[in-house]
Design a protein around this ligand. Sequence first.
Ligand code: PLP
Length: 437
Amino acid sequence: MSTDLRSAAQEYMIRYGGDTFPNLFRSAKGSVVIDDTGREILDFTSGQMCATLGHNHPAIVEAVRRAGEEAFHLFSGMIPEVVAELAARLATDWMNPPLQKSIFVNTGSESNEVALRIAKMYTGGYEILAVGGSWHGVTGGTSAVSFASDRKGYGVPVPGVFVMPEPNEYRPYIKGLSAEDSALACLEIGLKMFDMASSGRRAAIVIEPIISAGGVLVPPRSYMQALRRAADERGMLLIFDEAQTAFGRIGERSASDFFGVVPDIMTVSKTLGGGIPLAATITSGKIEEDVHQKGFTFYTSHVSDPLPARVGLAVLETIQREDLIQRARSMGGYLREQLQELGKRYEAIGDVRGEGMLLGVELVQDRESRLPHHQLGALTTQRCFELGLSMNIRRRPERGSVWRIAPPLTISKADIDRGLAILEQALRESLDELAQR
Ligand SMILES: Cc1ncc(COP(=O)(O)O)c(C=O)c1O
């Protein structure tokens, strides 16, 4: 372990929010990361939900090597062959018509900036309707439409943003109804409020089809279909932010497939790059032609870079070759069952939800009150880490304490079992400790 580097991190780095571990980290392979003491830690979050194939999958390592022989980066006006190939592959194998045209950028935030700019230019409007609990990024436009993060302290957000209550089966805003009716009622009220406040210059509705940072909330299918109709009726584009849901994570090609709803614009990022910064915004030929005619620009230093595109192709090929969509379903099903079993033994597990290998486990003080158990969440997450399991907890006073569990789709059953055993031990010990306080 290098104490020098630990103090260098403290002395020379800007702290960027979230909980960072006291240790530094050295390397990662498959479902395991190694810290600066050489200790192995099982990664139940696929890094920042990006390492869907596991860390440093040989296909990705090979793609990076190959890019080293071809090109890492080019003048943005030179479209690399590999980028054309990736665009074609996305359109033919992964998207539903009419989604056909892609632009390749680097981060999820950027891909959503592209989507918002296209929607504004296409419609001539500027109003964006977003959903509570959402996270679309940290850049100007995307932070304005995000409601899971702290918005205070950064000045005036982009105007024209409206928010509607998110569907939350476990903590419904509108109580006493079925999950589906409550979700639809949230939408109805949200739309009424929006219509009341709108200046008429409407542009888009943006949603994460599974609201992840907001607590891994899965809306009913009818909600997403109603959202599609709501956008159409108002002349707005529907944007799906599939940063976390595309390319197998939820046991489908995309959330668009899962919900049976095709958006006007889809954004993808984390799960396309396999750990390398790659994101894309995909829309129809009609929309692309329209905004192109109007002078659409999103010209960055790294747009259409060949290195990430080579990796993206490798990611898509590996998902198909290793049948990872099916694996997300089967291993995700197993993981979910085991978490539900744990829920039978621990009152503190209030809810287990999600799809495929994107799961949420909500911790409560008791099942009757459903009061969030933030202390237990923090303590257990810390204990998990000490025992060799990295977990991610989302803690917000208004929407509970929720573990987001999203291991690599390639994780072995033995590693899932190992992680679950650590999780149970950590939970048991944390509950004991809290009882003694
Ligand atoms: C659904 C969703 N959209 C967008 C983003 C932003 O992506 P990035 O952090 O790559 O800018 C995130 C990141 O967590 C996300 O979860």
